[in-house]
Ligand binder design. Sequence first.
Ligand SMILES: *[C@@H]1O[C@H](CO)[C@@H](O)[C@H](O)[C@H]1NC(C)=O
Ligand SMILES: *[C@@H]1O[C@H](CO)[C@@H](O)[C@H](O)[C@H]1NC(C)=O
Ligand SMILES: *[C@@H]1O[C@H](CO)[C@@H](O)[C@H](O)[C@H]1NC(C)=O
Ligand SMILES: *[C@@H]1O[C@H](CO)[C@@H](O)[C@H](O)[C@H]1NC(C)=O
Ligand SMILES: *[C@@H]1O[C@H](CO)[C@@H](O)[C@H](O)[C@H]1NC(C)=O
Ligand SMILES: *[C@@H]1O[C@H](CO)[C@@H](O)[C@H](O)[C@H]1NC(C)=O
Ligand SMILES: *[C@@H]1O[C@H](CO)[C@@H](O)[C@H](O)[C@H]1NC(C)=O
Ligand SMILES: *[C@@H]1O[C@H](CO)[C@@H](O)[C@H](O)[C@H]1NC(C)=O
Ligand SMILES: *[C@@H]1O[C@H](CO)[C@@H](O)[C@H](O)[C@H]1NC(C)=O
Length: 646
Amino acid sequence: MSKTREEQKGNTKMTSSKQQHVSLLLLFLLCFLLLLPLSHAQREPNSTGYQCTENQNQTGNSCQTYVFYRAKSPDFLDLASIGDLFSVSRLMISNHSNISSPSAPLIQDQPLFVPISCSCNNINSTFGSISYAGLSYIIKPNDTFYLVSTNKFQNLTTYESVELVNPTLVATDLQIGTNAIFPVFCKCPNSTQLQNRQNYLISYVVQPSDNVSSIASTFGTDPQSIIDINGNNPELFDTIFVPVTQLPELSQPATAPSPSPTVSAPAESDDRKGTVIGLAIGLGIIGLLLILVIGVWIYREVLFKDKLWVMGDEERQRRQFYEGTEKKGMKEEGMKLMANVSDCLDKYRVFGIEELREATNGFHDSFLIQGSVYKGTIAGEVFAIKKMKWNAYEELKILQKVNHGNLVKLEGFCIDTEEANCYLIYEYVENGSLYSWLHEHKDEKLNWKTRLRIAIDVANGLQYIHEHTRPRVVHKDIKSSNILLDSNMRAKIANFGLAKSGCNAITMHIVGTQGYIPPEYLADGVVSTKMDVFSFGVVLLELISAREAIDEDGNLLWASATRVFEGNDEKEKARKLMEWIDRDILRETCSMESLMSVLNMALGCLHRDPSKRPSMVETVYTLSKSEEAGFESSDDGLGTPKLTAR
Ligand SMILES: *[C@@H]1O[C@H](CO)[C@@H](O)[C@H](O)[C@H]1NC(C)=O
Ligand SMILES: *[C@@H]1O[C@H](CO)[C@@H](O)[C@H](O)[C@H]1NC(C)=O
Ligand SMILES: *[C@@H]1O[C@H](CO)[C@@H](O)[C@H](O)[C@H]1NC(C)=O
Ligand SMILES: *[C@@H]1O[C@H](CO)[C@@H](O)[C@H](O)[C@H]1NC(C)=O
Ligand SMILES: *[C@@H]1O[C@H](CO)[C@@H](O)[C@H](O)[C@H]1NC(C)=O
Ligand SMILES: *[C@@H]1O[C@H](CO)[C@@H](O)[C@H](O)[C@H]1NC(C)=O
Ligand SMILES: *[C@@H]1O[C@H](CO)[C@@H](O)[C@H](O)[C@H]1NC(C)=O
Ligand SMILES: *[C@@H]1O[C@H](CO)[C@@H](O)[C@H](O)[C@H]1NC(C)=O
Ligand SMILES: *[C@@H]1O[C@H](CO)[C@@H](O)[C@H](O)[C@H]1NC(C)=O
């Protein structure tokens, strides 16, 4: 450009034809200068996030996409902690990142593709919507929105955007333990892009060493397509979106036997790192062998002395656990559990049985919460402790893969070899089950806003297990007593004891809870995500009516609801709803549209034909809409019920 300017300076005296040329050139220059900010504006270099238009047609609004993330010391050098940060399982990261062993440690700056679910989220009517994947994050000591965005999320979001999506949190006064949403920037391809086979727009943060062509070659795409979407000069540490037809395969530094690291993608895997890792693995294998030998030796010692282990360090617990499975002669069950649990050892805390006994006064009845779940305090922290037999492995297997704010979190486990019990230790959820709030007499009643919030929380949790786990997980026992409420009355799904991963399986052995089981499951035992959708429909009916899923006479709530509301027009439905609804809701301000839309949602979920039931994605969308509809306009302070549909 400077060259053209010099040319112009030097040629002040010119022929008319030359002048024409120059004016053309000037015009070109002008256009160029005008276009520059334009192409920039197209990218919306907005620190609060990337605007999107929420169209009525939901399909283009949300998508499964990926972020490019780099493993970083000290906290993010293993897939477990990165998985926790992004609420995905380690397997989902390793599978997409060309890593064969999910439990292997990572090296500094190792490239990863982390799957996220991206959607267009409304902020408010004046601001509009921005496109992001909202990740739950629990505030830890010394966290600020800025530090978490720039360090942990590696600039995939900005503190401005975090402030925007967490309007209730005060950035300067963050309480440790509160849950914040971190909006990781993402975009879903529009119809033109899909036609051009740009199936994913991968979120990528520009690094100091990058330029557009280097990024393009990393992803195996062409620079122009990146410019089309992100403008000409993305700034350092901006999140840009790289369009690809399919996820490129990353080349990872060698970890397994083959010691030759390939370089085709962004990895900086030099031979030295490879050697160091190879060495580390070698040493690791030797170490494992040593432990095994020592283990066998100790096992013999124990067998002869028949001495109870005093719980000590984690290593000893592991050893004890391995031996225990052998000692009890439960080889098969034990082996299965071992295979699953050994994968969890690095992710979960291993508790000692003495610790649990002490916490629950020897599993005294007064510590019983429900079923075989006890409340226990260990080192000042309260936990829910579930006593199980060796069948814990199914639940462990599933819980290991899930991590979401609306699912009760597994904190650790314990194997008691003496009595052949296995214990799962969960976070303690303060306010008990939704069932007790709805059906057992409490002085405090849930208002409609809280109920709707609970419904959305449960729907989000289900959406997560249905859509974001591979293979999909079906809970199989959704009911109000398996929905727990925390201190902020936010809901968490508990009890994955019956859950199944893998879909469309057929079970001969019918499990579940009367009143929540869909008819097709009773008929032919088909397990699908639509089974949870049905049970969720029953929970919605409970929220609306405060009636039990099955009454003393054995009448099913879902059957009576479909009878009452079937085949009515909306007006008639609204009239019937007034008779059917929980009296406690009637006393408060909430909009009829909100109630009707939840009722219709519930009836949709209860459709006899599973394929006609909505997916949880649609359910979340509709419920969020009715939440907006119900409360944006109801803050008029009049307090008069708008429920006058008679
Ligand atoms: C970001 O978006 C907001 C709202 O649309 C707008 O007011 C602001 O000017 C934008 N900032 C930039 C840098 O474009
Ligand atoms: C939604 O969009 C898809 C693809 O763009 C189209 O096939 C479908 O008909 C649309 N649905 C509605 C209800 O507009
Ligand atoms: C919408 O959100 C923006 C950003 O948080 C805020 O400045 C504005 O006041 C909000 N408008 C309304 C009507 O709530
Ligand atoms: C928080 O910061 C203080 C002072 O900067 C430091 O002493 C403390 O160790 C930090 N805590 C954590 C958990 O990093
Ligand atoms: C994020 O951006 C800030 C500057 O905006 C930079 O100092 C920091 O190093 C970046 N973080 C990462 C992980 O690249
Ligand atoms: C899709 O996005 C591209 C790049 O932002 C834009 O050029 C194109 O017009 C968009 N297409 C539609 C149908 O919105
Ligand atoms: C981009 O960076 C690569 C090395 O990272 C370099 O070889 C190349 O010349 C750069 N291209 C441009 C246009 O600057
Ligand atoms: C993916 O990983 C395998 C095994 O580690 C390796 O052989 C292959 O080259 C990798 N793919 C790429 C594109 O580097
Ligand atoms: C990982 O990918 C393989 C095939 O590529 C597939 O069989 C397996 O189910 C995947 N695992 C997960 C957890 O997605």
